[in-house]
Write a protein that binds this ligand. Structure first.
Ligand SMILES: Cc1ncc(COP(=O)(O)O)c(C=O)c1O
Length: 427
């Protein structure tokens, strides 16, 4: 072998390690709560790393439901859902459908797997050959070429789902993938127009799907879903929103970013994760019963062992808590407002953020990395995000807020942040 990719991988790891480009990862010894204990730090640390925005990871009602589930259903699901399904998986999907106000829902083991399955199912159906064998004309009508338009900052698993649709190996139609500039509605319109004109010129009709994160997890920015829905209607496209970070938190009832923009019912493919506000793991899509049944043919549903039943049971409880403990939504957003005001008053930019994910611009990567490590040593855990996740020279510290952070927790962040930033001359 001239070139051994495994050896090359080892070398890359060594190279990046020596260059200090592997992020420092905390090993936590406690549940994911507002304060945690790590292997490297004695005493409690305040946690701004977690996506458990509502602070549900250690909720006694969830833990109780999971204990009971272990007794009833045992540890693992034992097969893919299409082979056999445990009652609690069905119960979970009913709970999600009710939560999202749709007829039905489908649950996946993770949010990532939901995107990896659903995008190809919509844009390059793995079912194409089966339908074609049974009815050629129907297959032609149902599976035109599809253009998938994604925001340049969409999450990695949207990129990967789109790549699977573009390069599918199962022989259905291959999707065309177009990236539009982050949150840029002028660019989106232009890309839709170009795609429309191209398909008219070659005389081949195309379906179009606009896929966007609801809340972009790096900077906490929101997609302008009202404008996207309007543009989609103009261009006869459908709207697919991955609201991993908005579900359970945003909108008057926590239904997510689309609720905040008043367009919840108009999202054609509402996808969410169950790993963030809901505190466990999983992904879902809600919709009509037939649509969800169709999505059960997606490869990451069909070929994956189902979510452990214990998770499904905890999630049924977590969904109830989003409604019954609405104070958590209010608290996480109030905590975020308080931190944002304090950070800005010490002279740092939060890049116009307005919700529960707060980016703090440091700029220089070495400084950002050092400040994050020093905060860590002082027992304040924040994310440090550098190139290539953000442009070079625009490194940020990211604080993910929780409903359960106390005033003391927030003060500890601000005091230490100000101290370290002064030391490094960033304020
Ligand atoms: C927009 C988006 N989609 C999907 C995912 C993946 O979800 P999960 O962690 O549940 O697999 C994430 C994770 O951060 C995300 O931000």
């Amino acid at each position: 072998v001239n070139h051994n990719p495994a050896n090359a991988g080892e070398e890359v790891a060594r190279f990046l390690g020596q260059a200090g480009r592997y992020p420092f990862v905390n090993v936590l010894e406690t549940p994911i709560t507002a304060t945690v204990e790590t292997l490297s730090h004695r005493g409690e640390c305040v946690n701004f790393l977690s996506n458990s925005f509502l602070g549900l990871c250690d909720h006694p009602a969830i833990i109780g439901a999971m204990h009971r589930s272990l007794e009833q259903y045992g540890a693992g699901a034992g097969s893919a859902r299409l082979v056999s399904t445990q009652g609690v998986h069905v119960e979970l999907e009913q709970a999600i459908a009710k939560f999202k106000g749709r007829e039905s829902a489908i649950a996946f083991s993770t949010g990532m797997l939901a995107n990896l399955g659903v995008i190809p199912a919509l844009a390059s159906s793995p079912m194409y050959h089966l339908v074609r064998k049974m009815d050629r004309e129907l297959a032609k009508k149902l599976f035109p070429t599809t253009t998938v338009l994604i925001d340049k900052f969409d999450h990695a698993c949207i990129y990967d789902g789109a790549a699977l649709a573009e390069h599918n190996l199962w022989g259905g139609p291959q999707a065309k993938v177009v990236r539009y500039n982050h949150l840029d509605m002028i660019d989106l319109r232009q890309k839709l127009q170009e795609d429309l004109e191209e398909s008219e010129r070659i005389g081949v009709p195309r379906a179009r799907i606009i896929i966007t994160d609801g809340v972009f997890s790096i900077h906490g920015r929101l997609a302008p879903l009202d404008k996207i829905v309007q543009m989609a209607r103009e261009f006869d496209a459908i709207v697919y929103v991955d609201d991993a970070h908005g579900t359970g938190v945003l909108g008057t009832t926590g239904r997510g970013t689309a609720e905040l923009f008043g367009v919840d019912a108009e999202i054609d493919v509402p996808l969410g994760t169950l790993s963030k506000a809901f505190g466990i793991a999983g992904g879902f899509v809600a919709g009509s019963e037939n649509f969800c049944d169709y999505l059960r043919t997606s490869r990451t549903y069909m070929f994956q062992t189902a979510m452990p039943p214990v998770c499904a049971s905890g999630l049924v409880e977590a969904i109830k808590l989003v409604d019954s403990e609405s104070w958590r939504r209010k608290a996480v957003l109030e905590n975020a407002d308080r931190v944002r005001r304090a950070v800005e008053s010490i002279g740092l930019s939060t890049l116009g953020s307005a919700h529960h994910i707060i980016p703090i611009l440091i700029g220089d990567e070495q400084s950002a990395n050092s400040i994050a490590q020093e905060l860590n040593e002082a027992g304040v855990l924040v994310g440090c995000i550098m190139y290539p996740a953000v442009p070079q020279g625009e490194a940020i510290l990211r604080c993910n807020m929780m409903a359960t952070h106390s005033e003391d927790n927030l003060d500890r962040l601000i005091t230490n942040l100000e101290h370290q930033c002064r030391r490094h001359g960033t304020i």
